[in-house]
Design a binder for this molecule. Structure first.
Ligand SMILES: [Zn+2]
Length: 384
């Protein structure tokens, strides 16, 4: 039996904080090569961004083609002194494995690798179709030199994917409680209000942009963007920073800005969302506030994968192994499924997300074993 815990520990010990490879992809390369995979290591670049390493590995040439997708990069550990176990030491205490990436998502990658090695051992080293690993090092960063380019590169060399299981930690409380079939979109913007700089003692000679900014912010926060849709929670606009940068106490500033992020559901597309927000700002401004919104480019559109026979394979495997009927969900942040969905049907199932990105990120060893069994069952049922 391949041991997912040993693989997870090896991966966690690679300090692969985005954009560093940290040895994680090299470890996967040697492990998958030894199992008969053809492995490609791809480094992608773009002006103004860090180069990022990625990995694509495939075994088999026939259809159907199941892709296991994931990322080996992790977010920084923060202050290691406040961790109860060093973040990259992969200590196990009381049956729990500690370390940055334990749940997001080196643990799940380890389970996929272990399940695949087991499956291949049972099938004489050959899958009935094809299995691939599409592993990026640029998920936690800006996701420019990761999955989008890796998928495009793979498609360019003729790779055809039928289905994908992405291993993000989407379970809410217990392993088996949630499968993700879609994600809300994400859009950043900056609200900019223009004023006229002047002395605070002579406000009639100036125009304070803070008043207009507060008025427009209130209007945008007061009214919900929608009430949710059958498949999605309500959209949400959240201001994250107010930036005036004025250090002088007797100066009325000339400009005021506020940054915000919108998580939007399938009631909107990029264009209709921007129009809605701008109409509300316009109304609140009532012709008296000089404002504009600078919209950042976004590569995180909303999407939903309709349930299919493939979803049934995943739900069935989860139910058979965990005894639970998973909820089909679209909650939470965005993921690389937003890129993969353009190439094949994608379903997300991984570990429990409670400690992702947190100090003392950790996973029960038992969960790694159960998740490996789920992935193994997916392989059995998929290639039956
Ligand atoms: Zn992740």
């Amino acid at each position: 039996m391949a041991d997912p815990v040993a693989i997870a520990r090896d991966l966690i010990r690679c300090p692969s904080v985005t954009p560093a490879e940290g040895g994680a992809l090299a470890f996967l390369e040697s492990t998958l090569k030894a199992a008969g995979f053809t492995v490609h290591r791809m480094t992608f670049s773009e002006p103004g961004t860090d180069d990022v390493e990625n990995l694509y590995a495939r075994i088999g040439t026939a259809a159907p083609h199941l892709m296991f997708a994931g990322h080996t990069d992790v977010v920084p550990a923060g202050d290691p002194a406040i961790w109860s176990h060093a973040p990259f030491s992969a200590d196990i205490a009381d049956g729990v494995l500690y370390g940055r990436g334990a749940v997001d998502m080196k643990g799940a990658i380890a389970c996929k690798v272990a399940a695949t090695l087991d499956y291949l051992a049972a099938t004489g080293g050959k899958p009935k179709g094809s299995i691939s690993f599409l592993i990026t090092g640029d998920e936690e960063g800006i996701a420019v030199n990761g999955s989008p380019k890796l998928l495009k590169w793979a498609a360019g060399r003729g790779e055809k994917f039928d289905h994908c299981v992405l291993g993000e930690p989407g379970n809410v409380n217990e392993l088996g409680d949630t499968i993700k079939l879609g994600r809300r979109g994400s859009q950043n913007g900056v609200l900019v209000v223009a004023g006229k700089q002047g002395h605070v003692a002579y406000p009639h000679r100036a125009e304070n942009p803070v008043r207009g900014l507060v008025k427009l912010m209130s209007a945008l926060m007061d009214e919900p963007l929608d009430a949710g849709s059958p498949k999605f929670d309500p959209s949400n606009l959240e201001f994250t920073s107010i930036d005036i940068g004025n250090k002088t106490v007797n100066l009325i500033p000339g400009e005021a800005r506020a940054r915000f992020n919108i998580r939007f559901n399938d009631c909107h597309n990029y264009a209709s969302l921007k129009t809605l927000v701008e109409q509300r700002a316009e109304k609140a401004a009532a012709g008296k506030v000089r404002w504009k919104i600078d919209w950042e480019p976004s590569n995180a559109d909303v999407f939903y994968t309709e349930p299919s026979s493939f979803t049934d394979v995943v739900i069935g495997a989860v139910a058979e192994v965990t005894g639970k009927t998973p909820k089909l969900s679209t909650s939470g942040g965005t993921s690389d499924a937003r890129f993969i969905k353009d190439y094949c049907l994608v379903v997300e199932f991984g570990l429990v997300g409670t400690t992702m990105h947190a100090t003392d990120e950790r996973v029960p060893v038992k969960d790694l074993q159960v998740l490996t069994a789920v992935y193994r069952r997916i392989l059995d049922n998929y290639f039956r």
